[in-house]
Design a protein around this ligand. Structure first.
Ligand SMILES: Cc1cc2nc3c(=O)[nH]c(=O)nc-3n(C[C@H](O)[C@H](O)[C@H](O)COP(=O)(O)OP(=O)(O)OC[C@H]3O[C@@H](n4cnc5c(N)ncnc54)[C@H](O)[C@@H]3O)c2cc1C
Length: 508
């Protein structure tokens, strides 16, 4: 029998990020995976700006940026020609340091594994969770190792990062309502040539069969994602690249030289009825799955892990009441439901059949999209939504107050000025207080007494442009989301924020 604070089941991106955060916060973890080696295929390739922002706390943002590929533009194709090109070159300007990026999931996981090993934690491979039971004050799990031997593991909590077929979700009896797309998805990593192999993103609008080319780092490397729905969909398991490739070749003029990986799969759109029960939690694909078209799935799993990690660490160390953990489901399930509904609508539109749908796709979208994207607000809206930088926890129990249009629960706006980038201070995993303008002596004393980092930025026009309010108090949670925002902060307001929620704040 072994004992640990948190048993993390599943070493995909979600489980790895959870284990990393918990370890950095001093929590004992075991992370197990039933496979003998990490994934060797590229699967999720889009890394969203919000993930890169949050990776500063794991010191991983620069590594992902240097290994990944920044996508300069999207091209919309109709009848073998580019009908519209929308540049991404300045799409993140003033919003976030990071633009749209691709980085294959296998390489991404390798980076996370290496980081975890530097912290002294190894993924226990060929170790499968068979079953578990929540004993009220701890969890007992039965694990089977590579040699077939079974062992018992006791933990304070169990984290279900075990993918779409989650044993933990079944174990806690939580439903996974939703549906399955009739189309079969295929993915192919190729080495190819042709006009669409220029390092940009290309989408074919011609037919109801969706086809997109995501550029990968290195000349001539790309990922094709497509759907098939006709009689080929019925033989998904035996489909080969030759069965689907004519589409890419005819429509996007892709000349494939080598196929490194080809796979087909059915995609579901589902959200678990609950993300937690007792001492068990569901994260990542175990909690929500949807079309890969918007590049959101893996990023949302990573977001789940970061949201839960600091809360588990606080409760395990005694710095917070166990009811802090209730905020995990409250904050994450609403976003997952919205995300699944949105990707479902977008995907259904992109693949709708019939004359009207075809006219919209091939005649209206190529004209309307570039025209709309000439306007700042349209570019901003699209980028902010896809990059997850507008994801917020407004109106949730941990979020309080407002100053201007920034509210408790929001992401802190990025406001770099010469020599002082406010995101440079977001690499810590502690509570912190920001002022833009001047602080109050009383709050300086409170922060000093509690060892809470206090950052005071000289007021600049850029702060106002970003939506910040001069001299307002911004209390940031350990995951860098805003907890309390108030134009007239006092030490008493800070005390009340923590007392009401049963949290003892910690500094770096
Ligand atoms: C073929 C394919 C192509 C994809 N393409 C895309 C794409 O193009 N874009 C995109 O956004 N997404 C894509 N995805 C989805 C993406 O890979 C997932 O969203 C992402 O991997 C979710 O990460 P996760 O860590 O939550 O779960 P997973 O990556 O599924 O990890 C779960 C882990 O848990 C382990 N596990 C399961 N049960 C147990 C158990 N009982 N005991 C121990 N270990 C267990 C598994 O071995 C696995 O390693 C694709 C997926 C597949 C399968």
């Amino acid at each position: 029998m072994t004992r640990t604070d948190v048993l993390v089941v599943g070493a995909g991106p979600t489980g790895l990020v959870l284990a990393l955060w918990l370890t950095k916060l001093g929590v004992n973890v075991r992370i197990i995976d039933k496979t003998s080696q990490p994934g060797t295929t590229s699967r999720a390739v889009a890394v969203q700006a919000r993930t890169l922002e949050l990776y500063r706390q794991l010191d991983l943002s620069d590594a992902v940026v240097s290994h990944g590929h920044t996508v300069p533009a999207i091209n919309l194709w109709v009848q073998g020609e580019t009908k519209a090109r929308i540049s991404f070159e300045t799409i993140n300007a003033g919003l976030t340091p990071y633009g749209p990026m691709t980085f294959p999931q296998d390489e991404h996981e390798q980076l996370l594994i290496a980081k975890l090993e530097t912290l002294g934690v190894r993924v226990e491979r060929q170790t499968e969770l068979m079953e578990f039971s929540d004993q009220g004050d701890h969890v007992t799990a039965r694990l089977r190792g590579a040699d077939g031997q079974e062992q018992e593991c006791q933990s304070s909590y169990i984290a279900g990062c075990d993918g779409a077929r989650s044993v933990i979700r079944h174990g806690i009896g939580v439903g996974f309502p939703g549906g399955t797309y009739q189309q079969v998805f295929y993915v192919a990593d190729v080495e190819a040539s042709g006009p669409a192999m220029d390092g940009e993103l290309h989408v074919d609008l011609d037919e109801a069969d969706f086809l997109a080319i995501f550029p990968l780092k290195g000349p001539g490397r790309a990922r094709l994602i497509g759907t098939v729905r006709d009689e080929r969909a019925e033989r998904a398991d035996t489909l080969t690249f030759e069965d689907v490739s004519s589409h890419a070749i005819d429509h996007l003029k892709v000349k494939v030289e080598k196929v490194n990986w080809f796979s087909t799969y059915h995609v579901h759109h589902r959200v678990a009825d609950h993300f937690a029960k007792g001492r068990a939690f569901l994260l990542g694909d175990a909690a929500h799955i949807h079309s890969p078209a918007g590049g959101q799935g893996m990023n949302t799993g990573i977001g789940d892990a970061i949201n839960l990690a600091w809360k588990l660490a606080a409760v395990i160390s005694g710095a917070a009441r166990p009811d802090l953990l209730d905020s995990y489901e409250e904050e994450r399930i609403a976003f997952a439901r919205r995300l699944v509904a949105t990707t479902d609508r977008a995907f259904s539109l992109a693949t709708a059949e019939g004359r009207i749908a075809e006219i919209v796709r091939t005649r209206i979208v190529p004209v309307l999209a570039p025209a709309a994207f000439k306007y700042d607000f349209a570019r901003r809206f699209m980028f902010e939504t896809v990059s997850q930088i507008t994801l917020n926890y407004r109106d949730c129990a941990l979020s309080q107050g407002a100053a201007g249009h920034i509210k408790g629960g929001d992401r802190l706006p990025w406001a770099p000025v010469a020599g002082a980038d406010n995101f440079d201070f977001l690499s810590t995993m502690s509570w912190q207080v920001h002022f833009y303008g001047s602080s109050h002596r009383e709050i300086e004393a409170w922060c000093a007494e509690k060892h809470i980092p206090l950052q005071v930025f000289e007021w600049h026009r850029e702060h106002e442009t970003a939506g910040l309010v001069r001299d307002a108090l911004y209390l940031l949670r350990p995951d860098s989301y805003l907890a309390l925002v108030t134009p007239a902060g006092t030490a008493a307001a800070l005390e009340r924020y923590f007392a009401d929620r049963g949290i003892e704040p910690w500094g770096s």
